[in-house]
Design a binder for this molecule. Structure first.
Ligand code: SF4
Ligand code: ZN
Length: 278
């Protein structure tokens, strides 16, 4: 692989889409996976003012090994790491939380985990003084999101996507940015292996999102006929995104009556889930 052209692509994405500046405090959401490790390394290499934030979901040995890897990696590149224990926020491991919730409502592991993680990442990065929250989303993730939203009959949800997420400005929302937006999953994996990053390449043992897995397979099947299908989806979407964002009317934002975080409803999704636990 051409390391330089991969790194240049990430740098160009940051500059072209004005993702962040070197004066801002940047928080990188780390999971221990190849994507977030690569983006953390690159943000630091490019000279951004970065700190890492990891949520320990307490998914057995998988979480322990990821946490060890992230700790070692941050130390080796001189980045300060903040770890949030899910137990300190929600009282138990993510496995227990989702098990309890799923005994009452039909939601997938990743739906539950995703809501809780987004809530923690936004709140914690704000408390750390972060102006932007970096995630490791890549081109494959975005292509899957676009197709999933389309299949759900809600293409407008995609208008919140893009290299910089969010439509409305809200002081309690930390904008999320995706410097790996135009890098494919294969490219990131190759880069991570060449750079010998200490990461686990196995999937999260709780990732049983059947819908996403099927969409991924669907896109791979289409790729056999249209090799550049993922790029077509993402580049085609991004071309018209500014227009979509302008026209999209988001419901009024309020503050959650329980946790005071920004929400579209009186009670935010995270507090709604926690309510089910009681
Ligand atoms: Fe959570 Fe799903 Fe990600 Fe596992 S794959 S960490 S369950 S969102
Ligand atoms: Zn809330």
């Amino acid at each position: 692989m051409n390391i330089k052209s991969f790194e240049d692509k990430v740098k160009k994405t940051i500059i072209k889409y004005k993702l962040c500046s070197k004066k801002e405090n940047i928080i990188v959401a780390c999971s221990g996976g190849k994507d977030s490790t690569a983006v953390l390394y690159l943000m630091k290499k490019f000279g951004y003012n970065v700190e890492a934030l990891m949520i320990n979901l307490m998914i057995g040995d998988w979480s322990k090994r990821n946490l060890d890897n992230v700790k070692k990696f941050c130390k080796s590149i001189g980045v300060k790491l903040h770890v949030v224990n899910i137990k300190d926020i929600s009282g138990s491991s993510i496995c227990y939380i989702r098990h309890k919730i799923q005994s009452k409502v039909k939601l997938t592991n990743c739906m539950i985990c995703g809501v809780i993680k987004r809530w923690i990442l936004n709140k914690k990065s704000r408390e750390l003084g972060g102006k932007k929250l970096v995630t490791g989303h890549n081109l494959d993730d975005e292509a899957e999101n676009l197709v999933m939203n389309l299949f759900k009959g809600k293409p407008e949800i995609s208008f919140r996507l893009g290299p910089k997420t969010g439509i409305v400005k809200e002081k309690k929302f930390i904008p999320r940015i995706k410097p790996l937006y135009f890098c494919t999953n294969d490219e990131v994996r190759e880069y991570s292996k060449e750079m010998k990053f200490p990461v686990l390449y196995s999937a999260c043992p709780c990732s049983v999102g059947v819908f996403r897995r099927n969409v991924r397979k669907f896109i791979e099947d289409v790729k056999k006929i249209i090799p550049e299908v993922k790029e077509n989806l993402v580049y085609g979407f991004i071309k018209d995104l500014p227009k979509f964002k302008k026209e999209y009317k988001l419901g009024k934002l309020v503050y959650c009556s329980i946790c005071s975080e920004p929400s579209q409803n009186e009670v935010c999704k995270k507090c709604e889930l926690m309510g089910i636990l009681k």
